[in-house]
Design a protein around this ligand. Sequence first.
Ligand SMILES: *Cc1c(COP(=O)(O)O)cnc(C)c1O
Length: 477
Amino acid sequence: MKLLFEKSKKNRPGTRFTSSFESDRPGLAQKYFRSSLDLPELSEPEVMRHYTALSKQNIGVDNAFYPLGSCTMKYNPRINEQTSRFEGFASSHPLFDASLVQGNLALMVHLADALSAITGLPGITLAPAAGAHGELTGLMIMKKYFTDKGEKRTKIIAPDSSHGTNPASASMCGFTTISLKSNKDGMVDISALRELMDKDVAGLMMTNPNTLGVFDKNIEEITRIIHEAGGLVYGDGANANALLGKTLFSKMGFDIIHLNLHKTFSTPHGGGGPGAGPVAVTETLKEFLPGPLPVKNSGTYSFQMPKKSIGRIRSFFGNFGVLVRAYTYICSLGRDGLSAVSDHAVLNAEYVKALLKDYYHIAYDSPTKHEFVLDDTGLPNGVTTMDIAKRLLDYGFHPPTVYFPLIVHGALMIEPTETESKETLEEFADALIAIRQEAATNPDMVKNAPHTTPVFRLDEVMAARKPDLCYTVQQKG
Ligand SMILES: *Cc1c(COP(=O)(O)O)cnc(C)c1O
């Protein structure tokens, strides 16, 4: 595809000052005209077609199945977009006085109430901008809780199946992370946990079901062990899609959790767009929440700073537009609808796993929840997990998460989500089965994939670390 700069034709600008603008302000346009910028000059339809064509170069959740494990890439219902564009929401400014945005504050209070009902935890902040930000917020609350009690605890335990953000957040918060090994079923090794537990441990960070899609059935015992030693349990709620309406984080013994609205509650992610990682806490920890929190007092909404608050963790009140979308999703499904989300998310994962199990090796093959993990055992001719992921693009599917969780060799982590039809799941399984056969009979086809995408194999590390943003300039030079 040509770049805008290459398509540009001198003196074909897409905008023009009206003659009245020129006559009212003689010489002004010329004065501020910056020839040094050398912007591309194209008509409006050319620009529109260029960007529409660019948008079609990618595979996204709106044009293909996107079974990305751990990250719950579910379809984002368009009704969310509609409500978030309501004028009262879209054109309010965060500096407006509370009296002018009562509806917005009401929405935040209602959403917090809904998340409290979903998690069983009474204290909610909507401010964190992502799951990882929620983790940091939760750990800051944990830290302040112990400081307030006059205890100095320095360690956080996290299972070896945990998401990389868990130890990263702990270390950003000044804790030392201790890795806890999983047992052969992919669950927490209880005796290893008992051994690690001491008075220096502030708490455990745990994902349940974990990143293997395995629900740790010893969760009550695990949280009891931590609590008996005076610690707190942080729940990474990124996998809440498997739990909605089934159980409560409070029942499992979690003290602090985050939810990813951009995962479980169908707000968009990707493209660097904003997310939200609300944090929920127990009654005891409420006073440490970041603020200001939206509250309702005798019919009026306002803001309040909790007594021992960790302070502000985000400008204004978080990503408000995302909160509107999540609230819309929750209201449009209701209690039964949310519970059905989990039923279908789990059923779909189990179905795809059953279709694939004669062709791929399944890691930790116990009943899984909303996701499961294949490994690279038995792949022929030196074909790797990455080759299989790349070849899926030729079949029109976004590849699943690869090489995570780290405890699975050559992991391919599949999360179909609840929104996909039986036919889509079968087509996806058929593609993976066909690729497995190609790996045996025509390995080069798989190893050199993708063959049909606008760009072929990228150096992924370089593409992430040093994106070639100067491409246009180099081309011109
Ligand atoms: C996605 C994810 C996170 C991090 O959430 P972000 O919103 O991407 O910051 C943490 N833990 C798990 C298990 C996740 O899947």
